[in-house]
Design a protein around this ligand. Structure first.
Ligand code: DGJ
Length: 578
């Protein structure tokens, strides 16, 4: 632990004074969320911002020295936003004495490296447990009560019913937000995640005395009022539980939602969300940045028709989170699955009411192609592989490519070019995304006046050296287990309808697209022209015109890696004939 606790306040004041001597431009508007059509965008410095993000391995945020060489590597990877942890135990080592040293150095380093930050507040819970709480919380179980399981054992998890815990967490979080407001004059910090992957494991609900009493007591009026006012906007499973139990307007948890274990989930969701919502609201009262929670997703399947989430911000209890925690702007799915499109559709489509999309954690190898899908298909605000620095700096003894040559960096480089055009088109029904694999049937994607038939070219295996064109070869650091060959045979792509007969196609690797009309008129689509190129400051700079061998003799669009070395960003103009 730091030995200079007594001088913390002095150090912080000195740092503040030094900063305030630097002439700075007038601060821009506070980062906030804004609707554009059906999408939600994050506004930074008054403009929509696309987060090409990455989360640091959590312990790495505990010292500036460790991070020093990492920041420029992240910039070289075209990362523009870094998710880093504020550890409650380091932030408030003694009750009421706050140490801003790490927060200040992260903001300063972000500024130097032209990066934005999302702080992850690891307060009462991280991955469901309470290991990041300060020692003065850990060692005072009477004041800060813990969860008790059915068998009577307590675990290192704070109970959501602990008022002193909630208020202590909220005070610390408020101090953090107050400080960010004071020092972050260039708006490096653009959002904050409150707690991390909350949710109870090992039992369906907390059985400590406080929790048992609350469970036997009445369902809070706020939740019942919310249900009455939002009858048509309830998740089907939540609505079914309430209606099956008789659509009651008062009663205990089991009277209102039934005796099924789903009621435990609803009860825990209410209590987690109320606690986290209070912490978030205390922070927002100081400095109203967008705030969110992340969810360790658990998708229902035929063998398990609904999750036993222990109160996690799952779609099934999304209404409960909405009612209990209005200060939380959205719930972000942590998705490490190779089947990300399937999971994301489940998470987003089953959210009632709808939920803006940011992926706080995912795998960076599959991220090479999933990022295109998230931005193209789901109007994502951002995408954030976990342990991002381990893609940039391989583990000791492991020889790896330079950060800028990594597959993920190549994808981020393309997305960084395209960001203005993606942001311009979000929420307008003009974009789509896909992930295609070798040997899989073509996907039919209706967009504008055409259907796009999208496939991985010919099912052929990538050739040596094709990784440089965007397809992943060996996983640099794997958080999902996919063989290198499997990674290398998948492409993520996004499509933008630029006008009645014009499309932009961009992707992570080889891809083939055929076009067929889907509106009345002449029945056959022909290609007028295809150009590869780049976007520079949002302006299209064309390169070669692709024809002949490079567009299948005028029959289709082919992204790179297919032996013809085609570019990974192309624009196509179509016409129709009979
Ligand atoms: C999910 C957690 O939210 C992260 O903090 C980290 O522990 C990762 N898992 C590790 O894979």
């Amino acid at each position: 632990m730091r030995s200079f606790l007594g001088s913390i306040a002095i150090l912080s004041l000195a740092a503040l004074a030094a900063w305030s001597q630097t002439p700075a431009a007038a601060p821009t508007a506070i980062p906030h969320l804004q609707r554009q059509g059906t999408a939600t965008q994050l506004i930074v410095d008054g403009k929509p911002f696309l987060m090409l993000a990455g989360e640091l391995r959590n312990s790495n945020s505990s010292t500036p020295t460790y991070l020093k060489p990492i920041w420029p590597k992240l910039t070289a990877m075209h990362v523009n936003t870094v998710l880093c942890v504020v550890h409650w135990e380091l932030f408030e080592p003694q009750e009421g004495k706050f140490d801003y040293t790490l927060v200040d150095s992260q903001i300063r380093d972000a500024q130097t490296n032209n990066l934005r930050l999302i702080f992850l507040w690891f307060g009462s819970w991280k991955n469901g447990v309470s290991s990041y709480v300060p020692a003065w919380v850990k060692t005072n179980q009477d004041r800060f009560p813990r969860v008790q399981r059915k068998d009577g054992t307590s675990i290192e998890v704070l109970s959501t019913l602990g008022v002193a815990s909630r208020d202590a967490d909220a005070r610390a979080f408020a101090a953090l937000m107050r400080h960010i407001k004071q020092v972050d004059t260039t708006r490096r910090v653009i959002m904050v995640q409150v707690e991390n992957e909350v949710g109870l494991g090992g039992d369906s609900r907390d059985r400590c005395d406080l929790a048992a009493k609350a469970f036997a007591g009445p369902v809070p009026k706020e939740l019942l009022d919310y249900i009455a006012a939002n009858r048509d906007r309830l998740h089907p499973l939540f609505r079914k539980a309430w209606e099956t139990a008789g659509s009651k307007t008062s009663g205990t948890w089991e009277q209102v939602f039934g005796t099924d274990s789903f009621t435990d989930d609803i009860f825990m969701a209410w209590n987690y969300a109320s606690y986290v919502g209070r912490v978030a609201a205390a922070g927002k009262a100081e400095y109203p940045l967008p705030m969110f929670v992340n969810n360790a997703c658990s998708m229902p399947n035929p063998g398990r028709p609904r999750s036993t989430g222990g109160g996690r911000p799952q779609p099934e209890v999304g209404n409960v989170w909405k009612a209990a925690a209005p200060a939380i702007d959205f719930r972000g799915p942590d998705l490490y699955t190779p089947n990300l499109p399937v999971w994301i559709n489940w998470y987003q489509e089953s959210f009632v009411p709808e939920n803006p999309l940011f992926i706080p954690e995912t795998d960076g190898n599959t991220g090479t192609y999933h990022a295109f899908y998230v931005f193209g298909q789901h109007d994502g605000m951002g995408f954030s592989p976990f342990a991002i620095e381990e893609y940039a700096i391989p583990r000791p003894g492991v020889k790896g490519p330079d950060s800028a040559d990594l597959p993920l960096a190549k994808s981020y480089g393309i997305l960084a070019q395209l960001a203005p055009v993606i942001l311009e088109n979000q929420g307008k029904g003009k974009m789509a995304g896909a992930v295609v694999g070798a040997g899989e049937p073509a996907q039919k994607i209706p967009l504008g006046d055409y259907n796009l038939l999208v496939s991985y070219p010919g099912g052929r295996r990538p050739q040596p050296g094709e990784a440089a064109a965007g397809a992943a070869t060996a996983p640099v650091f794997a958080t999902v287990s996919l063989e290198a060959t499997e990674l290398a045979q998948r492409t993520g792509a996004l499509f933008i309808s630029l006008g009645p007969d014009e499309y932009l196609v961009a992707g992570s690797g080889p891809l083939q697209v055929r076009f067929t009309p889907n509106t009345p008129g002449l029945p056959i689509a022909g290609i007028l022209s295809i150009q590869e190129g780049t976007y520079v400051n949002g302006r299209w700079v064309p390169g070669r015109t692709l024809n002949g061998d490079e567009n299948g003799g005028g029959t289709n669009l082919r992204l790179g890696g297919d032996g013809s070395r085609n570019g990974l960003v192309q624009r196509i103009k179509l016409y129709r004939y009979r």
